[in-house]
Design a protein around this ligand. Structure first.
Ligand SMILES: [Zn+2]
Ligand SMILES: [Zn+2]
Length: 399
């Protein structure tokens, strides 16, 4: 038996069932971690997922959005149908954890815990197939390419919910900095929209000693970056959330040369389409006006990413009540706040009612850090939660 098990909860049959094979699941998680695969390249992971689900008696469809997998299990004559989704892809990061199962794919790393999300859902899948009572249709969705915001949309465009209809869909993300195994629920906007812009300010290059003969794009970009924060503080309603971050800036290569141009890359986040629209309108206008005021020109390429993740009220209330019943009220964070990160589960929630929830990863490095690692201690409680959610949603009396 694994050391990281809360023995106090072993009276729970689901916990007991999962703990019996928890070592195998943790070994599987470490295997996924050691062989991370980038978006749409999750071939090894997807194959492993499909073969386990087949062994456990699921009807398994592969090749949806390339590497996506949907596993179906029907029991009884219940008419309800439930979808639970996990993501499988890793990130282009050089792992720096030093753990013994660290990535053996140089430059690729499970730095967002999708190895954990997949393992949690597999742990639940096995219990649901071997030991569970429910009546209806269970559909487990293993999605590729969350990190580039493309997997969910591609699965939908390939008929995900036409081929595999569900009444509601649920998903989860581990969250560093939230106590290990604590659950968080947010009704309404829970994660932000994400848009990007590449802004190039073009001036006129020249000698660093003769600035009057040049048009300095570095000075213009500095002014723009300072003014950029006025969009958030002056154009957005103070009660709304908006983020505008310049994450990359490149210009020049010598101290005595005024470069021809400066290129900046920005990310923008919002919880509403209204705020998103204001950012999309104001930021390019500001860049152009700022550049012009210095005699330079701004070229703006503003690219819309994906929308805010908006949890449905009824399904969120249901998901929360399952956590309270299955894990006790103390396991649910009283006031879990929306997060300004983004998640392409947003598209699934545009197509179907559902809720995206959070599970504390404890005191770990942040997501997308080269030092991050998923916390194995949350596999059992999270898997138990999925089992309880499925059993409750597909209970006999819900027919
Ligand atoms: Zn991520
Ligand atoms: Zn993630």
């Amino acid at each position: 038996m694994n050391a990281i098990v809360n023995t106090a909860s072993l009276n729970d049959p689901v916990e007991k069932g999962i703990v019996a094979y928890l070592d195998e699941i943790i070994a599987l998680r470490h295997d996924f971690h050691q062989y991370p695969e980038l978006a749409f390249q999750e071939h090894r992971t997807s194959k492993r997922v499909a073969s386990l689900l087949t062994d456990w008696g699921y009807e398994v469809e592969t090749g949806i959005a390339g590497t996506g997998v949907v596993a179906t299990l029907k029991r009884g004559d219940g008419q309800r149908s439930l979808g639970i989704r996990a993501d499988m892809d890793a990130l282009p990061i050089d792992e720096a954890t030093g753990i013994d199962y660290a990535s053996s794919n140089p430059g690729v790393m499970h730095a967002c815990g999708h190895d954990g999300h997949t393992s949690i859902l597999l742990a639940a899948a096995r219990y649901l197939a071997e030991s569970s009572q429910f009546s209806g249709t269970l559909r487990l969705i293993f999605q590729p390419a969350e990190e580039i915001g493309a997997g969910a949309r591609k699965m939908l465009s390939e008929g995900l919910f036409d081929r595999f209809p569900v009444d509601a869909v649920f998903g989860l993300h581990n969250w560093p900095g939230v106590a290990e195994g604590q659950f968080g629920f947010v009704a309404g906007p829970a994660m932000a929209s994400v848009d990007q812009a590449v802004i190039k300010i073009v001036g006129k290059g020249g000698h660093g000693a003769e600035p009057h003969r040049a048009v300095d794009p570095v000075l213009a970009s500095a002014s723009f970056i300072t003014a950029l924060q006025s969009v958030v503080s002056r154009n957005i309603d103070p009660q709304d959330m908006a983020v505008a971050t310049v994450g990359s800036i490149h210009a020049g290569s010598a101290s005595n040369v005024i470069p021809e141009s400066v290129e900046m890359k920005l990310t923008m986040r919002a919880f509403s389409e209204r705020v998103r629209g204001t950012l999309q309108e104001r930021i390019p206008a500001l860049a152009r006006a700022q550049a012009e005021s210095f005699g330079a020109v701004a070229e703006v390429n503003y690219r819309l990413g994906f929308p805010a993740l908006v949890n449905h009220a009824d399904e969120t209330a249901f998901a929360r009540s399952v956590a309270v019943q299955a894990l006790g009220p103390a396991a649910v964070e009283a006031d879990f706040r929306p997060r300004t990160a983004s998640e392409d589960f947003a598209y699934l929630l545009e197509a179907k009612p559902g809720s995206y929830l959070f599970v504390g990863n404890g005191d770990s490095a942040p997501l997308h850090s080269a030092h991050y690692n998923f916390n194995d201690a949350i596999i059992a409680p999270a898997a138990r939660y999925w089992v309880r959610l499925a059993e409750t949603f597909l209970a006999d009396d819900n027919r």
